[in-house]
Design a binder for this molecule. Structure first.
Ligand SMILES: Nc1ncnc2c1ncn2[C@@H]1O[C@H](COP(=O)(O)OP(=O)(O)O)[C@@H](O)[C@H]1O
Ligand SMILES: [Mg+2]
Length: 339
């Protein structure tokens, strides 16, 4: 981009939550100047105070109302790129990407629905990994009694059971014996039972960015040293060649568009993937800080149509902490972030 060119207008959705906020931080760290437009569904909202222009959108469960308003905002702000924050919005935006491009002239930085269908369902993720010849945790649908029996015969205990549509580690159960399965079945939630991957202190999060040509642009990884409520609290960013190589194979088979976060554990059988998130994630800001800026790569590829060089990633540690923002009863921000 030539010096003095107008900033690129990008729109970040779901800025009231951690993913949208991480995307704003990455956009601010981008070497390509951006104007950041943010959306959420209600005020007061922290992320709406961080952006250059903030808008409320209807809840995305009302797809037509949401899309109409989104297109209006995109036109008004000359938005070139839409960066989905929440998973629910991601699904809707992915399904309607072509329509949004033709009506608003904005590109949605999201994988196609076929990719999301695999990744947003933890049973489908296992099936995909197995079909693609990649490393996978041995698994069975909880509802298929015979398959669960076969799994126990083959790998024994301990196992884990988790909801196929779970998030944030919610509903994850450790299964050490047959007796532990009964209470999990009684919850009536669709679950997948998996071999328990060990050890606990060898869990990695790898991100791989895939260009519109289908080519991947390097990888960045961190060991998740501590998890709090499913989120990384402390991350050690460094080269982890074996886990990065496996994540690159996963992305090459899945063919997402843009950011894809692969979660793996390094076991005695090598790195094994247990979750794939083909989207921006809470770690997007941490990765950007160490040189792997997925927002900048998305702008370069999808808006400027420039070649995207493989980023030089440095190493270090990121530690998360809680912060506060204060609002008066009318929803107006008070005195900035608390310390
Ligand atoms: N097969 C497994 N073996 C051991 N631990 C697992 C397994 N699957 C998930 N976990 C643990 O549970 C956490 C949440 O599971 P995950 O599949 O990432 O779902 P989500 O993050 O969407 O809730 C992981 O970060 C990991 O620590
Ligand atoms: Mg996870």
């Amino acid at each position: 981009m030539s010096a003095g060119a107008a900033p690129v207008a990008v729109l970040v959705t779901g800025v009231g939550d951690t993913v949208g906020q991480a995307v704003i931080k990455a956009a601010r760290a981008s070497s390509i100047p951006c104007r950041v437009v943010g959306t959420d569904r209600a005020r007061p909202c922290v992320g709406l105070e961080w952006v250059d222009a903030g808008y409320l959108l209807p809840h995305c469960s009302d797809g037509p109302a949401y899309l109409t308003e989104l297109v209006r905002v995109c036109r008004k702000e000359a938005v070139r790129l839409i960066l989905p924050g929440s998973e629910k919005e991601l699904e809707l935006l992915s399904r309607h990407a072509a329509e949004i491009a033709s009506e608003a002239g904005a590109t949605v930085a999201a994988s196609p629905p076929t990719v999301l269908r695999i990744a947003l369902d933890k049973l489908e993720t296992c099936r995909f990994l197995e079909r693609a010849g990649l490393a996978f945790p041995r698994y069975a649908p909880l509802a298929a009694a015979e398959e669960v029996e076969r799994l126990v015969t083959e790998v024994g205990f301990p196992l884990v059971a988790k909801p196929v549509h779970g998030t944030g580690s919610r509903g994850l159960h450790r299964v050490d014996a047959w007796a532990d399965l009964e209470p999990v079945r009684e919850l009536g939630v669709e679950m997948v039972v998996q071999e328990r991957l060990e050890p606990d202190d060898e869990e990695y999060s790898v991100s791989v960015f895939t260009l519109s040509t289908g080519q991947t642009v390097g990888a960045v990884s961190y060991r998740r040293d501590q998890l709090v409520a499913g989120d990384t609290f402390r991350a050690r960013v460094a080269r982890h060649h074996d886990v990065e190589a496996e994540a690159l194979r996963v992305a090459a088979s899945l063919r997402p568009l843009g950011p894809c976060n692969v979660q793996l554990r390094r076991t005695s059988r090598g790195p094994i993937t247990f979750e794939i998130n083909p989207r921006f994630s809470g770690g997007t800001s941490m990765r950007a800080r160490f040189g792997y800026n997925e927002v900048e790569m998305a702008i370069r590829d999808l808006v400027l149509h420039q070649p995207v060089p493989e980023p030089a990633v440095s190493s270090g540690t990121a530690i998360r902490y809680w912060g506060e923002m204060y609002f008066d009863d009318a929803g107006q921000p008070l005195d900035g972030p608390g310390v």
